[in-house]
Design a binder for this molecule. Structure first.
Ligand code: SAH
Ligand code: SF4
Length: 355
């Protein structure tokens, strides 16, 4: 029989850790001290937490996994993107990618081992779902990469942004992803601002309707098509939740002033890059509340789709810009090491490529 996973200390939002300590007759402020060690100073070994009571440490060690998930491999792309293979306590591995751009260092994190959604253009989608990650395994990716960068690249290295765009459908693992977001935003710890965290979803309608109860991070919707027949071909989830139901759900997302929903749109040659696709997008999207991010399709071994030419990508973008839409084209990063969007797959793939 499989051993159940031990709960990870990094799974606990600050308030939960305080309550956990209080329930055992231990001082609540121990939680604040631990947060300070872990997420401000990146000291992950409890033996070094000088001001934390011995009893508190013993209680934590008895209950929780305190190990940082292990980086078992990392590779650097020519453009500076760095892919990490991270191993969890049960030996499962996931990938996480650090992308440098301008003054940002963004970590693209995974929320599941594999993914159940099965989009036809996505390398991860071909794996199926193995399991959800615990919040602590999501936060653990951030901790592990931060420590690795400090030890191997620059002691002052700091990850500035997070995108939930690695392996997995984050809203399919709603509760754990929510806890991880609370931890990323916690001022007494990592303290990222809401604007620096983006969650991307393929369109799980019931969970989108629950986003009022989620920390107010940026939301990106993987739209990829403006017509139901094309979207269903790309994303089987559209058969359950079509565009009409998706947009009904999106309208329930509370949007703060001046904030918009990002619509990700993979551009695939001959499939969703036609004039009628632009017409469809213009009907679906409001200029004031949306921005479009075009992702030129990233090819991977055995992928059946093709990327349009650069001229065609620019043409597509221009049609939207001319109608007043905010529309950017995502520069492909890390594709030489299969670290670009949708190219993340399994350990075997990664290791074969570089061994
Ligand atoms: N599961 C979530 C988040 C992870 S995927 C989602 O689907 O939104 C992050 C982004 O990469 C999504 O917009 C996804 O559609 C896109 N993507 C997947 N495969 C791709 C590929 N081969 N080329 C370009 N983008 C891809
Ligand atoms: Fe899953 Fe996102 Fe890939 Fe679709 S694109 S299979 S939802 S990871």
């Amino acid at each position: 029989m499989k051993k159940p996973l031990r709960p990870h200390l990094y799974s606990l939002p600050l308030e939960e850790l305080r309550d956990w300590l209080a329930e055992r007759g231990l001082a609540r402020f121990g939680a604040d001290q631990i947060y300070n060690w872990l997420y401000k100073n990146w000291i992950t070994d409890p033996l070094l937490w000088g001001n934390v009571a011995k009893k508190t440490k013993e209680a934590l060690l008895a209950e929780f996994d305190l190990e940082v998930p292990k980086i078992v491999w990392q590779g650097l792309s020519q453009d500076g993107t760095r892919k990490f293979l991270v191993r969890m306590q049960d030996g499962k591995t996931i990938e996480t990618v650090a992308i440098a751009a301008d003054d940002r260092l963004t970590l693209c994190i995974s929320s599941q081992v594999g993914c159940a959604i099965g989009c036809t253009f996505c390398h991860t989608g071909t794996m199926g779902l193995t399991r959800n990650l615990q919040a602590g395994e999501i936060v653990g990716q951030f901790v592990a990469v931060t420590k690795w960068l400090k030890e191997n690249v620059d002691v002052n290295a700091r990850l500035s942004n997070i995108v939930y765009m690695g392996q997995g459908e984050p809203l399919h693992n709603y509760e754990e992803v929510k806890k991880s977001a609370l931890i990323f935003l916690e001022e007494k710890g990592i303290g990222l601002s809401q604007r620096k965290v983006t969650l991307s979803t393929s369109g799980l309608v019931p969970q989108i309707k629950k986003l009022w109860d989620f920390p107010p991070v940026n939301i990106a919707i993987s739209l990829h098509a403006a017509h139901n027949d094309v979207r269903s071909e790309l994303m089987p989830i559209n058969k359950a939740f079509d565009l009409e139901r998706l947009f009904d759900a999106i309208r329930t997302i509370p949007l703060k002033a001046r904030r918009r929903i990002t619509y990700e749109y993979i551009l695939i040659a001959g499939l969703n890059d036609r004039q009628e696709d632009i017409d469809g997008l213009l009907k679906l999207l409001e200029v004031e509340t949306s921005k479009v991010n075009i992702i030129p399709f990233n090819e991977y071994p055995e992928s059946k789709f093709k990327r349009p030419s650069d001229t065609h990508i620019r043409w597509f973008q221009k049609q939207l810009l001319d109608q007043g839409h905010t529309c950017t084209v995502r520069i492909t990063k890390g594709d030489d090491i299969l670290a670009a969007c949708g190219q993340l797959k399994s350990k075997e793939d990664s290791l074969n490529l570089w061994s």
